[in-house]
Design a binder for this molecule. Structure first.
Ligand code: DX5
Ligand code: ZN
Length: 331
């Protein structure tokens, strides 16, 4: 996995559409973090690409997450096909006539991330009614329909940073995507607006350029923008870094884990290497994403302190009842 904060979703719209499996292999080998699949129905946009059946076949060819970007009139009508195809996230446009909330709800009920996209001329306020249902906001910085168009800087400036506000109901895992005209010239600017996912199409398929280098460069430039525009020169916290938040006997660790996860923060529980308990089992460590460490501390330190007291009481009670069971030497 990449260091740093920004992630690149490779759009294969500008690849040779007669050989998408090859395109997927190439972007995966180049180190892209995701694949962004531009579905067009020739109605919502004046272009036609591929649909759920193609995605289903691509699913079998790559382990990378698949982000579907549906530029279609009726995403709800065909949603089951996209869910069955194995999309990890599904984003569709707010400008459609179909009802929007039920489709977002179905995507989330299927355990996938749900997103809404806005065309350059659509204000973010159009997303307001759906904010509680959103995992992703996708800001288009070109008119949807074609790769290779030029980046609309003023649209990015107006919307990208503001889009995060629509996602503040989510403690962890919300994403702002920028789509259209992202390349080595524009990546630093959008990184400075706090974008999480950079969709990159034609810039990856420039003849004579090394695709892997392009992916690394765009990620690094976006992080540079974040660090010096938004973060007082401090390097961003790597997106995948986990830090230890608590060490407790197993049953209490599990209780705390459940509480933190109920707040929308993922937790990893590991058998620790720290304190040995009288039952011969060491404390378990709970790890949380470093990017939400402060938030977890703020919300759960009191619970942790209470559980640490419970742990002491439990250790004493155990020792009173059973003595200390020596460690068995098993790992
Ligand atoms: C446009 C698509 C984009 C596009 C990106 O309708 O949604 O994903 O393919 O391509 P570039 O990076 O070339 O603008
Ligand atoms: Zn797209």
């Amino acid at each position: 996995m990449a260091d740093g904060r920004a992630r690149v979703a490779a759009s294969i719209l500008d690849a040779d559409l007669s050989n998408l499996a090859h395109a997927v292999r190439r972007v995966q080998a180049a180190g892209a973090d995701r694949i962004h699949l531009d579905v067009m129905d020739a109605h919502f946009v004046p272009n036609l690409t591929f649909g759920a059946k193609t995605i289903r076949h691509l699913r079998a060819r790559t382990e990378l997450p698949l982000d579907a970007h549906l530029m279609v009139d009726e995403p709800g009508r065909f949603l089951d096909e996209y869910l069955e195809a194995g999309c990890d996230s599904i984003t569709f446009h707010v400008e459609i006539d179909e009802e929007i909330a039920p489709t977002l709800e179905r995507i989330r009920a299927a355990g996938r991330a749900a997103g809404l996209a806005v065309k350059p001329g659509t204000p973010l306020s159009a997303l307001e009614p759906y904010r509680e249902l959103l995992d992703i906001v996708l800001v288009m910085t070109v008119e949807p329909g074609f790769g290779g168009q030029s980046f609309m800087r003023d649209v990015a400036a107006e919307k990208l940073f503001a889009a995060r506000d629509l996602l503040n109901h989510k403690a962890f895992g919300a994403e702002v995507h920028v789509d259209g005209g992202i390349n080595r010239e524009t990546a630093e600017f959008v990184g400075g607006l706090g974008v999480d996912i950079l969709v990159v199409g034609s810039a990856l398929f420039v003849k004579g350029r090394d695709m892997g280098r392009e992916v690394r460069l765009i990620r690094a430039l976006a992080d540079e923008g974040f660090q010096y525009t938004l973060n007082d020169g401090v390097p961003p916290i790597p997106r995948d870094r986990m830090v230890a938040f608590a060490s407790l006997p197993k049953h209490l660790a599990r209780a705390l884990m459940d509480e933190i996860e109920a707040a929308g923060v993922p937790v990893v529980m590991l058998r620790g290497s720290g304190r040995m308990n009288p039952d011969g089992v060491r404390d378990y460590d709970l790890l949380v994403p470093a990017s939400v460490e402060a938030l977890v501390a703020e919300r759960f330190i009191a619970t942790r302190t209470a559980l640490e007291r419970d742990a002491d009481a439990w250790r004493m009670a155990f020792t009173d009842a059973h003595g200390v069971i020596p460690p068995t030497g098993r790992s």
